[in-house]
Design a protein around this ligand. Structure first.
Ligand code: G3P
Length: 215
């Protein structure tokens, strides 16, 4: 399973990249705003800065919600850097835009996916990635992981090549469950990735080894 980091924070992206396990980055307008990135030129430059830190795919989201607007914005984003993946919301014009980009060989990430039917549409339109938001489903007392399982079954039934990019992943158990269910990618905050390191028996065992090494 690939690990993407879900942030626009350059320091955190560098830290994850330095760990040697990072496969890509996802951003969204909320994450860009959190970093105080404002204005079109600054936003575009920030995407390029991210691409220059990592070697994998970097999702950059369109703001337009109409077909023509999404195409214009998406083409400008795709021209920025070869690692850019155009992130498009799961709405009617979004599905049409994904089909358009798919035929032009431009990578897409279909975002804000909350049902298996939406994931099926995204795959049929040729999305490179589909982003089911597991944490936000959990927030409304719905099992986000069940959606990952359902999409995996549907995609495997028909050999869809769209990669399941589990998003809104909040903690290490989400990552482990995604891996068990066969998600292709999990995108999560740095804290969820580094939390995978932790085990008290590792700390205890290491302390013992170091103490014994002094004997
Ligand atoms: O990848 C989507 C993600 O940024 C949403 O996460 O925690 O805001 O639901 P969250």
């Amino acid at each position: 399973m690939k690990f993407f980091i879900d942030t626009a924070n350059l320091a955190q992206i560098k830290e994850a990249q330095d760990l040697g396990v990072l496969d890509g980055v996802t951003t969204n307008p909320s994450l860009m705003a959190k970093e105080g990135i404002k204005g079109q030129d600054n936003i575009l430059k920030h995407y390029v800065d991210i691409c220059n830190i990592v070697t994998g795919d970097v999702s950059a989201e369109v703001i337009a919600t109409d077909f023509e607007g999404m195409i214009k914005e998406g083409e400008a984003l795709a021209e920025l850097h070869e690692q850019i993946v155009v992130k498009i919301p799961m709405i009617k014009d979004g599905v049409k835009a994904i089909k358009y980009f798919s035929e032009k060989g431009i990578k897409t990430n279909c975002t804000l996916v909350f049902s298996a039917g939406q994931a099926l549409l995204a795959a049929k339109a040729g999305a490179t990635y589909v982003s089911p938001f597991v944490g936000r489903l959990d927030d409304v007392s719905t099992d986000g992981m069940q959606l990952i399982e359902d999409i995996r079954i549907i995609y495997d039934n028909y050999g869809f090549e769209t990669e399941i990019l589990a998003a809104s992943v909040r903690h290490p158990m989400h990552i482990i469950q995604c891996a068990k269910l066969g998600a292709d990618v999990a995108t999560c905050p740095l804290s969820a990735i580094t939390a995978l390191l932790n085990h008290p028996l590792t700390d205890k065992g290491l302390a013992q080894f170091l103490a014994d090494a002094k004997k």
